[in-house]
Ligand binder design. Structure first.
Ligand code: ACO
Length: 336
């Protein structure tokens, strides 16, 4: 059995900064409400014509990760792409990235697990590397939320939360036993699937004739639906459980955590988890203030920034944890 390490990390966020004040010009909201409820001060949005898309941002983050890993794109054995906002309903973004990076015929797959997507994606990659089937896997989380949100007052409780961006990690076989991904822990609970959801094109909700028949669009749920308080309650419970599960599986204690990188759902969720585990500010990394919630991209963006700032170092115990639509949740325990 082999072990998997993270050999290189990269991130990309669009240049266009959208502040809470900017949003208040589009809808009935304000900086105080958004800051108090979510901790978010600004987020990045793709600007029409800037050339970005979910796959394009994924490629930009991947190029940085590959360079830092010192691994050629031709040595990538598998691409795993996590997103809830693909450029096409089909095919997935994985094959788009493969084409844009000019990689011949390696397998590429998309993971559709929303905020937990990156944890699921590295878990998939880890299994392939552990068994020896593949050596190098490119794992990407990327989202273009701004193209699919309702920026009128009707959609304000959802649209103020999300931002665009991408993060990538090159996972590779570790030469050192005990270094790398120690374990991953995945869960889902489909009975709450509709509490945070968006209907797909095959349900006919996006058929142009239906929209034309109903110009106000009042009854057409083609924007995401979120039962905010229900999501909040479940998130704090599941985050806590899955972090504990990961620690226990490796005989670790809370105080062994050098860095917890929670999915950047909402600063209040991160703070609840931090307080529950009595972690110091140095043990938790948050950047939702700058980027909003970028779902599958939030962990790789945060992990990349933490690493760039020297907050993730050799030998550190790094815990990644996420919860989101599905509901799905998971954690990864990594010895850096
Ligand atoms: N600006 C101003 N007022 C708003 C806004 C806004 N952007 N959005 C909603 N409101 C209003 C509502 O209309 C409501 O007004 P009313 O009392 O007159 O009816 C009032 O604010 C309170 O609304 P609630 O929805 O009850 O507000 P709540 O305190 O629950 O906060 C929030 C909403 C921030 C979404 C909260 O439920 C939450 O944080 N939930 C967690 C969800 C989450 O993190 N989702 C991220 C995606 S999932 C994930 O990543 C895990």
């Amino acid at each position: 059995m082999y072990q998997t390490k993270i050999a290189g990390l990269g991130k990309y966020v669009p240049e266009n900064v959208v502040t809470n004040d900017d949003l208040s010009k589009l809808m009935d909201t304000n900086d105080e409400w958004i800051t108090e409820r979510t901790g978010i001060k600004e987020r990045r949005h793709i600007k029409k014509g800037d050339g970005n898309s979910t796959a394009v941002m994924g490629v930009k983050a991947s190029k940085i990760a590959l360079e830092r890993a010192g691994i050629s794109k031709d040595d990538i054995d598998l691409i795993v792409f996590a997103t809830l906002s693909p450029d096409y309903y089909f095919p997935g973004c994985g094959v788009q990235v493969q084409e844009m990076l000019d990689i011949e015929t390696c397998p590429a797959l998309d993971v559709r697990n929303q905020c937990s997507g990156f944890i699921y994606a590295i878990s998939v990659a880890d299994q392939f590397i552990k068994t020896g089937m593949y050596k190098n896997v490119l794992v990407i989380g990327s989202e273009n939320h701004s193209g699919g949100l309702d920026f009128s007052t009707r959609g304000r409780s959802v649209s103020v939360i999300f931002g665009d961006g991408a993060g990538a990690a090159v996972l590779t076989r570790s030469d050192h036993n005990g270094q790398g991904i120690l374990s991953t822990h995945l869960h889902s609970e489909g009975k709450h699937a509709l509490e945070l959801s968006l209907k797909g094109p095959s349900t006919n909700y996006w058929v142009p004739e239906i929209i034309a028949d109903n110009p106000q669009g009042e009854d057409i749920p083609y924007y995401p639906y979120m039962n905010g308080q229900f999501v909040f309650k479940n998130a704090i419970q599941r985050f806590s459980e899955v972090i504990n599960e990961g620690l226990q599986a490796n005989g670790l204690d809370v105080q062994d955590i050098n860095m917890l990188i929670p999915h950047q759902a909402n600063l209040r969720i991160s703070q609840f988890v931090q307080n529950k585990f009595k972690l110091s500010d140095d043990q938790v990394f948050n950047n939702i203030q700058k980027y909003g919630n970028t779902t599958a991209a939030s962990i790789p963006i945060a992990l990349t920034e933490a690493w760039e700032e020297g907050k993730v170092k050799d030998e550190d115990v790094v815990v990644l944890a996420a919860f989101g639509s599905g509901f799905t949740w998971g954690s990864a325990i990594i010895k850096w």
